[in-house]
Design a protein around this ligand. Structure first.
Ligand code: FES
Length: 56
């Protein structure tokens, strides 16, 4: 499922970034660029990062 349309980022990309060491939304944002264009995805992306981190 696409989370960020501006950058074509899916939930899978976000989970992968976390499994490769990102440990906050800020890390994911600077690694993938999610939320850095229109910003509409930021809330959903933050929720997904939080959920993924809490399931580690
Ligand atoms: Fe993610 Fe626009 S949808 S920055």
């Amino acid at each position: 499922m696409y989370v960020c349309l501006c950058h074509g980022i899916t939930d899978g990309h976000i989970r992968e970034a976390i499994s490769e060491g990102c440990c906050s939304f800020r890390d994911v944002r600077s690694t993938l660029g999610v939320g850095t264009q229109c910003g509409k995805c930021a809330c959903a992306a933050k929720g997904l990062v939080k959920e993924t981190l809490s399931n580690l």
